[in-house]
Write a protein that binds this ligand. Structure first.
Ligand SMILES: [Zn+2]
Length: 99
């Protein structure tokens, strides 16, 4: 369960597509009250920052389409409320780049 803080164009295919899938899971938890990963640190750091999560999704989708992947699961922009900056990290940027 991870949303990277690394620019999407630097992610390998597996990490890019995996992050996109997990972002949708986190979005579902935070907007529809799904319980699956509700207590996960990665989910918690996006609470109140749906605008930032929405923007991250836009960047992922941009990179996916650049690589030729189709996308059919737009997020509802009216749910993208709250903070548009994410400044909390589960792992530091330096540590993430090393994964
Ligand atoms: Zn999507």
């Amino acid at each position: 369960m991870r949303i990277w803080d690394i620019p999407p164009e630097k992610l390998c295919r597996r990490h890019l597509l995996g992050e996109h899938r997990e972002l949708h899971a986190i979005w579902a938890v935070l907007t529809m009250g799904k319980t699956g990963y509700a207590g996960h640190p990665e989910t918690l750091r996006w609470k109140g920052k749906l605008r930032a999560l929405y923007l991250r999704h836009e960047r992922l989708v941009g990179e996916m389409s650049r690589r030729g992947y189709k996308h059919h699961s737009a997020l509802e922009v009216e749910l993208a409320t709250g903070d548009e900056c994410q400044e909390e990290f589960v792992d530091s940027y330096e540590k993430q780049v090393a994964f």
